[in-house]
Design a protein around this ligand. Structure first.
Ligand code: TGC
Ligand code: FAD
Length: 396
């Protein structure tokens, strides 16, 4: 029998959800996923390629993200949606299907700014910031990384000293998402008591936040440096609820959780485009998809996306059960970012020359994922964290 160029048989399975994860979701979870998916299809996908090319964050989308309840979505009260962790994961997944920069914006606002204000802030601080942040009227950023080395935040040079009833802040932060547009920066600084969190408002004398230019990654996201030159911060702007590195690391656990889901969306977007492309591009008298090595590569992508989905789902169940440990999150962040980056790179290759064009999504996702695998703890940092958990020995 001639096996060349045969018509494809329809599959009963969803190629982007082979194990039917969606079918296991609660109605509310599916509803949240669908409404974010609609927003991404209608508002993000039509503009994102151009934003990436122009190195521009589509700030005009903020009101729509807020209107859907996507800012601080896990927080109860203060005008926030109070959704469960699976919903937060699905929000990140759908947003990152559009672009990692949009998911980054929501991660930083929700997990790195609203979460610490909610968890470690005074009631006055919560009332002052959270409702307006949920409505997208105030934008936040999170300053932990410093120019001399982000992987080891315990070696923090930015410091604050008490002067009367105020604090005086000096130092620098580097690679700060949303930094140049933020109304309030959650800044971690060394004090005589240990590392503390400071809420520094835009326009404070001595505080500047220049945008970092020339990025080849996350071009549809704003990244800035933060400089503090004798910035006076009133005691009322210090987070009273935490002292020590466990404050910022606790925030990172929330954001890394969201990233573990988010990158699945980026990988799905790449695989979806490749399934279409390889089905219609004919070489040597048959569709590209009818070659064994192409099918092996596509199957491997589906295998890796499926394992990442199941991992993220269990991570969410652990989180909602209050059983989440930092090592669980490190494993998922490492596995899922590596999965997504490898898939984006392989999809880029299978597109041939077209793969270098921004008119196809893999190269944009690939370039973005180079940041995603680096920020919130590099791959090595997460591997060493798991190694420490397994052996009880600290190799940092
Ligand atoms: P270590 O001794 O392990 O811990 C110090 C204290 O913190 C506690 N802790 C955690 N708490 C909550 N969640 C976690 N994940 C935690 N990990 C540790 C720990 O129990 C301890 O508490 P206590 O009470 O005993 O004091 O600290 P270490 O100095 O050995 O560092 C460990 C290491 C290397 C894992 C940590 O420094 C690290 O994670 N480094 C990577 C830094 C990082 O991820 N930076 C990210 C910056 S923010 C960012 O990238 C945002 S991008 C956002 C976007 O655009 O989406
Ligand atoms: P370094 O810490 O200097 O690491 C350099 C290399 O050394 C890495 O490969 C690392 O894995 C390796 N390494 C480090 N330690 C070890 C070791 N013990 N053994 C072996 N190898 C090791 N930070 C914020 O605080 N807020 C933000 O909003 C934010 N947004 C970001 C947005 C973007 C686009 C990017 C790129 C970064 C962002 N970051 C942010 C910073 C990010 O978290 C850091 O880049 C990251 O933590 C790594 O720090 P570093 O760049 O200083 O690299």
């Amino acid at each position: 029998m001639d096996k060349t160029a045969e018509s494809p048989r329809a599959s009963a399975l969803d190629p982007l959800d082979l194990y039917g994860v969606r079918a296991t979701l609660a109605d509310e979870e599916r509803l949240v996923q669908d409404s974010v998916a609609r927003l991404v299809d209608a508002e993000v996908l039509p503009v994102i390629q151009r934003c990436f090319e122009e190195h521009r964050f589509p700030q005009e989308l903020i009101p729509q993200l807020a209107a859907l309840g996507l800012l601080g979505s896990s927080i109860q009260g203060y005008g926030c949606a109070g959704l469960n962790s699976i919903c937060y994961g699905l929000i990140c997944q759908e947003l990152e299907r559009g672009d990692s920069g949009i998911r980054s914006f929501v991660s930083v606002q929700s997990s790195l700014c609203m979460y610490p204000i909610f968890s470690f802030g005074s009631e006055e601080q919560r009332q002052k910031y959270l409702p307006r942040m949920a409505r997208g009227e105030l934008i936040g950023c999170f300053g932990l990384t410093e120019p001399h080395g982000g992987s080891d935040p315990a070696n923090m040079k930015t410091h604050a000293r008490k002067r009367g009833r105020d604090w005086v802040l000096n130092g620098a932060k580097m690679w700060i998402t949303n930094g140049a547009i933020a109304d309030v920066a959650v800044v971690w600084a060394m004090t005589p008591e240990g590392i503390r969190g400071f809420l520094v408002e835009r326009g404070s004398p001595g505080f500047t936040a220049p945008e970092i230019q020339h990025k080849f990654s996350l071009r549809a996201s704003i990244t800035a440096a933060l400089y503090f030159d004798n910035v006076v911060v009133p005691e009322t702007q210090v987070l009273p609820g935490v002292i020590g590195l466990k404050g910022p690391l606790g925030c990172l656990t929330q954001a890394r959780y969201g990233i573990s889901w988010g990158v699945i969306g980026a990988a799905q977007a790449c695989l979806k485009q490749l399934l279409d492309y390889t089905a219609t591009r004919a070489l040597f008298g048959r569709p590209l998809a009818q070659n064994q090595t192409i099918q092996v590569r596509l199957a491997d992508m589906a295998r890796r996306i499926t394992t990442a989905q199941l991992l993220a789902l269990q991570l969410g169940r652990l989180k909602d059960a209050g059983a989440l440990q930092p090592a669980h999150v490190s494993l998922a962040k490492w596995n899922n970012c590596r999965m997504a980056l490898d898939i984006a790179r392989d999809c880029r290759d299978m597109l041939g020359g077209a793969g270098i064009s921004a008119e196809y999504v893999p190269i944009r996702h690939m370039l973005n994922l180079e940041s995603v695998i680096t920020y919130e703890g590099t791959e090595t940092i997460h591997q060493l964290s798991i190694g420490r958990e397994l052996t009880g020995l600290n190799a940092f």
